[in-house]
Design a protein around this ligand. Structure first.
Ligand code: G3H
Length: 502
């Protein structure tokens, strides 16, 4: 990509003269009046990759105004037509998968094959959302008043789900396309407009996604879909607190905690990370557990909120498990995303430094290194730490990198107690052959999802997805997101009171 759009299809979103990507506001590709840009770095080369607009508050206002006007039209467009429009975008996304995947490779250092999967998964998500929206939103309730004590059958109540207005979508760097459509698609099928603030790393991929909506043509009213890049530190709060914002769907880090307090009386849906515990019981299938720990801990270099972030293993099987996990880790390839390596550079130098800090803290406090710690720039070799203890930062912090700590425990109750002390209670997993034990532990672990005999994961994308405590608010997944992005409206028909004698 090296700073410029790669195909004719995407020409409009790139200004060749200035070397800048434009924002998509009110159906037009625009450069900002601010004359300022946000710079995107290539995590692999650590060189400048692209520049996007640092849009102004006036431009944010314009986008919200456009949303409000377009939504007024869109909410009246029949559901089946909204579904058709979404399917059209999904088709375009599939056609453009290579170019968009290339953006992900250079912007967020995701391996090419995983980048392609992200785009395909996004198209699948949009199509599923179109179908699910048709079914869900065509249904409502019909109530008669005489079920309630003291009333007659003179009131009929019709109740259905209607859109909220404009949904502000803030996706994260690790899935700039997929976690963007997981917000946009439910919002649109439900009749809302959307304003997207793409993540800084991932903005270019996001803008390419915007072009797929633009190229779908007049199936969407102009202004219904907006992608506005901003300097988050200057205008992020302004965007979120804007009176035109009727709903916030956010995936990201701790900043979500303060945003949640600032946005006021609108529905919010947030996912802010996870310290996902993997509990391995004495009777577990250790080959299975090891396979899932390697995949769950190291996919996309551990930069997933659902990555395995701590293994809590019964001491009697810890040696055997460590050996099996290590064997899996040794097979992981390390290098550049273009070469489809398993472990690729983490998103930024700041992130690499943070991960390194956790590793060094563990080293200093006596963790046993099953692999040698090695780093070159933002590339960190897969690191497996045994005999981690609760006084080490890595026992609690989310490294968001290719590091898996293993803590030995005396039993499942100790493991559960540790997992339940974490504030990032997104997911957990339990490996055991005893179904009663599995259910008991699932019940005891206070996290949004507990996977039995499988690594934590968000998908399939129609499953409910939610974090407890500081890990999130609201529940996602296609069905829940459509529900969250609508509100109940009732119409009550008052009839003459019937006269009868008993
Ligand atoms: O990083 C947060 C994502 O929601 C995780 O999604 O489980 O599909 O990797 P994933």
């Amino acid at each position: 990509m090296s700073g410029s759009a790669t195909t004719m299809f995407f020409n409009e979103l790139f200004d060749a003269a200035s070397g800048q990507y434009k924002s998509y506001i009110n159906g037009k590709w625009l450069r900002s009046c601010s004359n300022k840009v946000v710079t995107i770095m290539n995590p692999s080369t650590r060189e400048e990759q692209a520049k996007v607009q640092a849009c102004t508050r006036e431009e944010i206002d314009e986008a919200y105004e456009g949303c409000a006007k377009a939504q007024e039209v869109w909410r009246q467009v029949p559901l089946w037509k909204r579904a058709e429009a979404l399917r059209k975008v999904a088709g375009i996304l599939r056609e453009q998968r290579e170019t968009i995947a290339d953006c992900l490779v250079s912007e967020v250092a995701k391996a090419k094959k995983d980048s392609l999967s992200e785009v395909d998964r996004s198209a699948d998500l949009i199509e599923y959302c179109a179908e699910e929206g048709l079914r869900l939103l065509s249904k409502g309730d019909f109530l008669t008043s005489d079920a309630f004590k003291g009333t007659e059958r003179n009131k009929l109540c019709l109740s259905s789900r209607i859109p909220l207005g404009t949904v502000l979508c803030i996706p994260p760097f690790n899935y700039p396309v997929n976690l963007c459509v997981s917000k946009i698609a439910p919002a649109l099928i439900a009749g809302n407009a959307v304003l997207v603030k793409p993540p800084t790393q991932g903005a270019v991929a996001g803008l390419h996604l915007a072009q797929c909506f633009d190229k779908a043509g007049d199936v969407f009213p102009k202004g219904l879909v907006n992608f506005v890049t901003v300097k988050a530190s200057e205008n992020g709060d302004y965007m979120a607190q804007h009176p035109g914002n009727d709903c916030l769907s956010f995936t990201g880090g701790d900043v979500g905690l303060s945003l949640a307090k600032k946005v006021g009386m609108i529905p919010i849906q947030m996912e802010l990370g996870g310290k996902d515990a993997c509990i391995v019981c004495e009777d577990a299938d250790l080959d299975l557990a090891a396979k899932h720990i390697v995949k769950g801990g190291f996919s996309y270099s551990g930069q997933r909120c659902t990555a395995v972030k701590i293994v809590l293993v019964h001491e009697s099987v810890a040696d055997a498990l460590c050996e099996k996990v290590l064997a899996g880790v040794q097979k992981l390839t390390v290098g550049m995303p273009e070469d489809n390596k398993n472990i690729t550079p983490v998103i930024s130098e700041q992130s690499a430094n943070f991960i390194e800090g956790l590793v060094l803290d563990a080293k200093q406090k006596g963790a046993k290194f099953l692999t040698e710690y090695k780093r070159e720039g933002n590339l960190i070799w897969p690191t497996l730490l045994d005999r981690v203890r609760p006084d080490m930062d890595i026992a609690w912090e989310e490294p968001f990198g290719p590091v898996v700590p293993i803590m030995r425990v005396t039993g499942a109750d100790e493991a559960v107690a540790h997992a339940n002390k974490s504030r990032l209670a997104l997911q957990a997993c339990v490996f055991t052959k005893d179904v009663d034990n599995a259910i008991r532990l699932s019940d005891a672990v206070r996290a949004g999802t507990v996977q039995i005999n499988g690594a934590p994961a968000r998908g399939p994308d129609h499953f409910p997805f939610q974090g407890f405590r500081d890990s999130g608010i609201g529940s996602q997944g296609i069905v829940n997101s459509i529900g969250m992005m609508t509100k109940t409206k009732t119409t009550v028909i008052n009839l003459p009171t019937p006269s009868y004698t008993v």
